[in-house]
Design a protein. Sequence first.
Length: 188
Amino acid sequence: MKKIVISFFILLSITVGAYAVEVIPKLSLCLPGTFRSDYEVDVCANLGAEARYHLSDYFSLSVGFDYLFNRNVSLGKKAEEAGFGGDMPYNNKRFQMLPVYVGIILYPFGNFGEYKPYLRLDGGYNILFSIEDGNNSVPGIYYAGAIGFELYDKYIMEIYTSRYEAKDNDNDITYKDIYFKIGYKFIV
């Protein structure tokens, strides 16, 4: 795992040195999400970074990662009130993920001005999936969509919807979430 993350940072550094790219560290606040559609996930945070390269005034490419800190999985309030939970294997477990992604960003009004709205699509792979007391855990694909805008060529604000996939004990795991990201752009 460490080798993959170190390799990613080396690749990112080489890319930054070779081209004029923007490096953006980001912090995310995640709303309560769903885990396997049976469970709820508490409010939590992500930490990540991405590099952007502008292809034109209307399109950019991005490469990045998001580290999903340990998050708690629990039954929903309705399920607890109904008395479910005795045979629910993921109740009160914690998990974490680390997706690495490539994205395309569309600036419908162009990449100029003080306020730049944009749409984006990201796709990638979770290079890490870890769940408490997991058995044969395997990471899976990741994809997301977002709307966002840049303020004064420095500040980034985005609203994301995402889907993470993995396997644990031959069970398909899906984690769906909506979150808000803020970031600060460094132009290299």
